[in-house]
Design a protein around this ligand. Structure first.
Ligand code: EPU
Length: 341
C-alpha cells in the first residue's frame, strides 16, 4: 500500500502558472508514482471533487479560484526501453522539465533539438503537440501512458490514437479531464540528421553542425525573441497561427505583400498565417494595458506584470481578437486553455 501524498488546502497557484495569474486551488497535491496518483484520485472521488492536472503551467489560464483537487507529477524518471541499430526508445516521466529532457536526450539520440527551451513539462508536451522550427513532439513520440479516470486504470495510447495535429491532440478533446498523463515514450534517431528547413536554422551548416550546437542555437534564437517566464510572466505564443483557405490567403497577400504565409501541412491546400504579424499590424506590439501587454519583440506573446487576474488577460485577448477580425476577417484562437474548462 503506497502512502497518501500530502494534500494542501487553499494552495496558491500564482507561482505554478507562467503568466503568474493570481489563483488559489481548493486542494493541491503532487505525486511521484502511479500508486500515489491512484490514491489521490480515490480521495478526490470520495469527496466528489473534480480533478485537474497541472503540468509546467505554461499553457494555462488560471481563474482566481480552482475548485477541486489540482495534481502535478513530480516524477522525473528517464528509462531506456529498447534500442536497435538506428534508434532508441525511451520512457520519460511526466514531471520532467521539457527543456532538461531535450538537453539530456542528446546523449541517447536525436530529433528533439529544435524543441529546445520550450517551457513546460514532458507530460504536457503531447497535450498541445508542442512544436517549433518544423518539428512537433508527435514526430518523435511512440505512445503516451496515463491513468484513465473513468476506467480507473492505467492505459497506453499509441501515437496513431492520439489524433495529433497543429497544437492539438486527443488529450485536449475526447480525453480532456479524464486522462492523467504519467509518461511519454519517445523514439530517438541514433544518427543526427537535423531538420534545418526553417529560418533561421537554414543558415547553419548541416555538415559540421553538432546536436549540442543546434540545441544551443535554438535556445539562443528563442531567448532573443521570447521573454523568459522567470523574468517576464508569459505563456509563449498566446494565439495559434490561423489556418485559412488559399483563396483568402491570395487576396490578403495582394493587399499586404509582406504577410508571412506557410503551408499548413503536407495534405492540405490551406495556408497558415503568422498571427504575430497580424497582431503587430493592428498596432498591439509593445502596447501595455495596465497589468498586461503584447510583447515588444514578438506581438504573439501576451505578458503580465505578475499581478494580473484572468479578467485582465481576457479583456486584452478579446480586444486583439476583435481588431484582427475587423481588419483581416480572421479569427484568432488562443493557445493556452482555461484551466477549469
Ligand atoms: N512576426 C511579425 N511580428 C511579430 C511577430 C512575428 O511580423 O510581432 C512575423 C515574423 O517576422 C515572421 C513570422 O511572423 O515572419 C513568424 O514569426 P516567428 O518565426 O516568431 O514564429 P511564430 O509563427 O510567431 C511559431 C510558434 C512558436 C515557435 C515558432 C518557431 C505558434 C503559435 N507559434 O511562432 O511556438 O517557437 O513558430 O517555430 O505556432 C509557442 O507555441 O508557444 C511558441 C513559441
Amino acid at each position: 500500500m503506497s502512502q497518501m501524498p500530502v494534500i494542501s488546502e487553499h494552495y496558491s497557484l500564482h507561482d505554478k502558472n507562467t503568466l503568474r495569474l493570481a489563483s488559489c486551488a481548493e486542494y493541491f497535491a503532487t505525486f511521484t508514482s502511479s500508486d500515489e496518483l491512484a490514491e489521490l484520485i480515490r480521495w478526490a472521488e470520495q469527496k466528489s471533487l473534480a480533478i485537474r492536472v497541472l503540468g509546467g503551467g505554461s499553457n494555462v489560464l488560471m481563474p482566481e479560484f480552482v475548485p477541486g483537487l489540482v495534481i502535478q507529477s513530480k516524477d522525473e524518471t528517464v528509462s531506456v526501453v529498447s534500442e536497435d541499430e538506428s534508434s532508441v526508445v525511451i520512457d520519460v516521466a511526466a514531471g520532467k522539465c521539457w527543456h532538461d529532457w531535450v538537453v539530456e536526450s542528446i546523449q541517447y539520440g536525436h530529433g528533439l533539438e529544435n524543441l529546445a527551451l520550450i517551457p513546460g513539462s514532458v507530460g504536457a508536451s503531447p497535450v498541445q503537440n508542442i512544436g517549433a522550427y518544423g518539428v512537433e513532439v508527435s514526430d518523435l513520440l511512440v505512445s503516451v501512458t496515463g491513468f484513465n479516470i473513468a476506467e480507473q486504470r492505467m492505459l497506453t495510447i499509441e501515437k496513431a490514437d492520439c489524433d495529433f495535429s497543429y497544437r492539438d491532440s486527443v488529450f485536449k478533446n475526447r480525453l480532456k479531464n479524464n486522462f492523467v498523463i504519467c509518461s511519454v515514450r519517445f523514439r530517438l534517431n541514433k544518427f543526427f540528421s537535423p531538420n534545418l528547413e526553417y529560418a533561421p536554422l537554414n543558415t547553419l551548416d548541416k555538415n559540421t553542425l553538432t546536436a549540442q550546437e543546434l540545441t544551443r542555437f535554438v535556445a539562443a534564437v528563442r531567448s532573443a525573441k521570447l521573454p523568459d517566464p522567470a523574468n517576464i510572466p508569459n505563456a509563449g505564443s498566446f494565439f495559434k497561427n490561423p489556418i485559412i483557405s488559399s483563396q483568402k490567403a491570395e487576396t490578403l497577400k495582394l493587399a499586404h505583400p509582406s504577410l508571412p504565409l506557410y503551408p499548413s501541412g503536407p495534405d492540405s491546400a490551406d495556408v497558415k498565417v503568422a498571427a504575430g504579424w497580424l497582431i503587430e499590424h493592428c498596432g498591439f506590439k509593445g502596447k501595455v494595458f495596465g497589468p498586461v501587454a503584447m510583447y515588444e519583440k514578438q506581438a504573439l506573446v501576451l505578458t503580465t506584470d505578475g499581478k494580473a487576474l484572468l479578467s485582465d488577460v481576457t479583456k486584452l485577448k478579446e480586444s486583439v481578437q476583435e481588431v484582427v477580425a475587423q481588419t483581416f476577417d480572421i479569427h484568432l484562437e488562443p493557445e493556452p486553455q482555461l484551466f477549469t474548462s
